[in-house]
Write a protein that binds this ligand. Sequence first.
Ligand code: 4NP
Length: 158
Amino acid sequence: MRILMVCLGNICRSPLAEGILQQKAGTAGLEWRVESAGTGGWHTGEPPHHLSTKVAKLNGVDISNQRARQFVKEDFLNYDFIYVMDSSNYVDVKHMSGTLWNEAKIDLLLNELYPGENRAVPDPWYGKEDGYHQVYELIDAACDRIIQKHTQEVRATK
Ligand code: 4NP
């Protein structure tokens, strides 16, 4: 499985999602490639926001080596599934993807926890540290669900 996590800046939410799902997949013995990107390119080449890095580290996840990049439409070809953090990411990805848009390969991350509700992982960029902790917990729970779903599917097909 190749999974891409997408937010706006690729420095706050999607780096956490990348690091958390990568770690959970590894622990579950799954050889997944998990990466992240932003719909905006302003932070290209930058490491994650220091509060995302801090909160991840407090939870035993190292995201310090990640570097931001912008989403490109070919990501629809290079990944099996794309998770976006909120509805505006979804609309932006759709506009950026042209003919490569594939609705079957994209969803909001929190629809894993709350199917069909289109809930957002709130952008912590404008707030204080507690927002980063809240975002961590939301992403962590959604990633648990992804792993659980996948390992159930694998067991069912064996
Ligand atoms: P993210 O947060 O989408 O979770 O990475 C943001 C980071 C930077 C900006 C906006 C959101 N920005 O406007 O630079």
